[in-house]
Every structure is written in C-alpha cells, then in structure tokens.
Ligand binder design. Structure first.
Ligand SMILES: Cc1ncc(COP(=O)(O)O)c(C=O)c1O
Length: 390
C-alpha cells in the first residue's frame, strides 16, 4: 500500500485531505512525493509562522532538544518561564497558562471566566456570550462555545451556558446582557473558520464599553489571528480593546504544539494550585521554538506583513472572478464567482496551495514569504479565479 492507502485504512476518518502527500518543505515552498514544487499559501492553517524548516526556529528547537525535552510541571524550566515573561511584556497581560492547542487555551479561558464570575458575582453567573459563525475548538466545551450549529448536532448534549449573538450587532449583545447572568464575552478579532470576517471597530469599542460597565470579562480568541497574522502582534491590537483574557496557539509554536491562555489583571490570581493543569503544557522544546518566533515578530516584521497584505488586497480587489476580499494582514478570504473548491484545485494543479473557509478561498501564507513568491502565487490565484467562474 502507498501512504495515501495506509492513511485511508488506518487514520480515523475525520479529515477531507487534499489528494497530495507532502514530503519536504523549505520556507514558503513544499514538495510532494513526485518532487513537484508548490508555493505554500496556507502555513499548515496559520501554524508555520516562518514557513517550513526555518533555520532560526530549527536552531532554537534543536538546542533545547539536546538539553532537556520534558520535566513535567513539577519543576521550573527556563524556556517556559521566559516565554510567559515575553508574552506578558508584549501584551501587558499578567500571567500565562500553557496547554498544547487552541481548544485547550480556550478551555482554560472558559474555566477562568466561570471561576472568576462565581467568586465575584455568584455561581449563577456562568454564561458566556460567543458569536454566531465563530470557531473556538472541537472539545465538547469549546464546541459549545463555537456558534455554528452544524458542528453541534451529532454531539449533543454539549456543555451548557453559551449564548450566541450576531457579530457586529451591539444591540443583540446588549439584549442578552440585560436578560441573562453573563460571566464573559468571547470573540475572534477576525472570524477565521467562519469565512475570514473581521469585527468592525465600532463593535469592538462597544463590546469593551459593555464589558467595562457590566463587569463582564472580555476573552479574545487569538488562536488563528495571533502572533503577527493580522499585521499586529495580536489581532485585538488593531482595535480599541483591552481584554481580560487572550488565548493563542497555532502560529505561536511555529509548527510545534503549544497553546497559551494569557490572563489580565482582573483574573491573574483566579487559578490556584490544582485548579487547572496540563502534562505537556509549557513543554521546553515547544516553548523554545515559540520564544524564537516571538523574538522575530518585531516592528519591522509586522510592518512587512502589513505591506504584503496591502499588496494582496490591491491585487485581488476588483479582479475578474473575485466578488470581494475580506480579512486582515496575511489572513485573507476571497469570495469568488466560481466554486471555491474548484479554484483551490486549479491552484494546486498550478503549484499553489490555498485553503477554503466556508465558500471562500482562504490565504494564510507564511509571514516571511518572499515578495517574489507572493507575486507568483497571486498570479496563479487570479488566473484560477478568472478561469473557473460560474
Ligand atoms: C479561532 C480558533 N480558535 C480555536 C481553534 C482550535 O484550535 P486547535 O485546533 O489548536 O484546538 C481554532 C482552530 O482552527 C481557531 O481558528
């Protein structure tokens, strides 16, 4: 059997994989088992921040790999402590809990919000408002937080206590807040899986006012938008927001599993020994890689990301076969005239790997993709959108 056949026989049937086996990567290039080259416009869904096998990241990870790979959280280790310090210094948050994925980071945020509200306002203040079309993870609780019924149906009953509001509709949020006992509001700055849809500045400002006035915690899910993806270190920094909890994962690790739940002043002491934990959380190797990623995400890199973003927006806006362009930074959704799946397939044939989000073509290139590759990829995408119109 070849790899595709072995995979299909033995891997749980949860992924609709592209018909492609990738065997090697370097920067923003991938190669398949036939030796065909592809430009990567997906970064492993916003994970490979600096592309495949980035030399600086490899060196940081490798040095730690040769020193100490795991200790358990019963001991102090430098990469974990230093990473938490950097995250706090760069965001103004006060403490960090480390897990291994976005879902775990969000689980932690939900536990913190419930514990804080129970202690401050009473045990009946446990409800959390999330947005319709959001995506917060696949565990039973983060699935409940995810405002998309299609993901819920086969797994009922989910964790109780989530209420869903329309994105960018402040009146809807106000109505729920007036009627229910709310612990927190949780939002993504740009809904990624939901179709690459940014929140509006007015909605964010209003959310912050409601959170401040009503003593409701504001949780920002930066699992996909975090770590430079939107052109700022964290997506909320594009808006007038000062969150109580920020979760992140994906790009923080640059390709190794890590999740972080950052806690602001109001909740910095909510968790106590025994109230939460994770065997692999803060693993020294993943943390060493993440420290390197954060260090490289300086103002110069962020401004380059913004420049590449405006190049892509200009290239796609008003192009034939493209109805609209949405997103922020290097997180872009294209609403196309033709079927997005057909365009994704045409791009792949032509050597460019792009993704889908709902019915959009989604682009999440490595943040340091060279301009020359970005231009080549944009030309292929433009041609595919033009030639595959409905
Ligand atoms: C905004 C957001 N939150 C949470 C998750 C879940 O992350 P993970 O798959 O690492 O559990 C994702 C994954 O796509 C996401 O985009």
């Amino acid at each position: 059997m070849n790899i595709k056949e072995i995979d299909q026989k033995y891997i749980a049937n949860t992924y609709a994989r592209f018909p492609l086996e990738l065997v090697k990567g370097e920067g923003a290039l991938f190669w398949d088992e036939q030796g065909k080259e592809y430009i990567d416009m997906g970064s492993g869904i916003a994970v490979n921040t600096f592309g495949a096998c980035d030399q600086g990241w490899i060196e940081a990870v490798e040095a730690q790999l040769h020193q100490l790979q795991h200790t358990s959280n019963l001991f102090y280790t430098a990469p974990c402590a230093r990473l938490a310090e950097q995250l706090c210094l760069r965001t103004g948050m006060k403490k960090v809990f480390f897990g291994n994925s976005g879902a775990e980071a969000n689980e932690c945020a939900i536990k913190v919000a419930r514990k804080y509200a129970a202690e401050k306002k009473g045990k009946d203040y446990y409800k959390i408002i999330t947005l319709i079309n959001s995506f917060h993870g696949r565990t039973i609780t983060t699935l409940a937080a995810t405002g998309q019924q299609v993901f819920h149906e086969e797994f009922l009953p989910l964790t109780e206590g989530f209420l869903y509001a329309e994105a960018n509709d402040l009146e809807g949020i106000k109505r729920i807040v007036a009627e229910e006992k709310i612990a927190a509001i949780m939002v993504e700055p740009v809904q990624g899986e939901g179709g690459v849809l940014p929140l509006t500045a007015a909605f964010c400002k209003g959310l912050q006012e409601i959170a401040d006035q009503e003593d409701i915690l504001l949780i920002i899910d930066e699992v996909q938008t975090g770590n430079g993806r939107t052109g700022m270190l964290y997506g909320y920094m594009n808006f007038d927001l000062h969150p109580d909890i920020v979760t992140t994962a994906k790009g923080l690790g640059g390709g190794l599993p890590i999740g972080a739940c950052m806690l602001g002043q109001r909740v910095e002491n909510t968790l106590t020994p025994g109230s939460h934990g994770s065997t692999f959380g803060g693993n020294p190797i993943a943390a060493a890689g993440a420290l390197h990623i954060l260090e490289r995400l300086d103002e110069r890199m962020l401004s380059e990301i913004r420049e590449k973003s405006s190049y892509l927006f200009k290239a796609f806006e008003n192009a034939e076969g493209i109805k609209s362009v949405s997103g922020m930074g290097l997180m872009i959704g294209l609403e196309t005239n033709g079927d997005a799946g057909a365009i994704v397939a045409a791009c792949r044939e032509a050597g460019v790997l792009v993704l889908k989000a709902k019915e959009k073509v989604r682009l999440l290139p490595p943040l340091n993709i060279p301009m020359e590759l970005l231009e080549k990829a944009a030309a292929v995408i433009l041609r595919a959108a033009k030639e595959n119109q409905a």
